[in-house]
Design a protein around this ligand. Sequence first.
Ligand SMILES: [Zn+2]
Length: 310
Amino acid sequence: VTVPLAIGLDAGGTKALGVAIDAEGNVVEQQLRETPNDADALIETFAELVGELGDGPVGVGVPGLVTTAGVLVSAPNLINVRDLPVAARLQQRLGRPVAVDNDNTLSALAEWKLGAGRGASDMLLVGLGTGIGGGVVAGGQLQRGVHGFAGEFGHVVVDPDGPSCPCGRRGCWERYASGSGLARLARLAADRGALTALVAAVGDDAGAIRGEDVTAAAAAGDPEARAVIAEFAGWVALGLVNLTYMFDPEVIVISGGLSADPDQFLPPIRAEFERPRFAGVRRTPPEIRFAQLGPRAGAVGAALLARERN
Ligand SMILES: [Zn+2]
């Protein structure tokens, strides 16, 4: 008996990953390409990936606002791609069914079915990357909202007087608690005269500090870098508490670049989350877990979506 495969693609801001999964969700084949910042080239790249991965229904994750009809409205890292009917175009090009959704929504689906959220009826995925994306499972259902735009946790405002955000508001959570937020907190610390060793290491230019630099310095034992990580963890926890009040989840799964380094981030986030945050409230906080499927979660979730829809 041949097990039917399902194909999942996940277009990040720079790389597009394609996988084929078997009936148990194991990745049996994968391919990687650059993500072109152009509508026609993007569809062509998807078609090439599918051609290399074989037969089966196709799911696609894209890094932006996706309507329930599979139209990519906009994506912060693909500025030349707007209002692209990805599902319709790719289906026409391939002659087989194509389902399209937001990449974090699909990571949530994958972590819920196969990873850190397995067995939970209510789970949130918080994707800490350059920005913050999210996915919501509530009452045993993946949620999309009326337009498909649910789970954009990064643009919940945590300080109305905070730094401006490309979305048009100020003080969005992702200005503090994402990878770019970590770099921003580090630059502010450098401006106060802290992080001297790290600033020297990046050529005396505080503006050049990236999130990874802070993480590496903290891992090497730099106490000032550790203080920045602790401050960052406080901002992450603040948002997670807000989400807990909104959704009462059983599990919050943290994914994205930071989840590659759980030893560094998980203890301070858990400590900040559990310590004073629910002290006066009689409620059971959710469990905070880091994602288990790694950078392939979005593509695996896309393949699961393809299988669900067919
Ligand atoms: Zn915003």
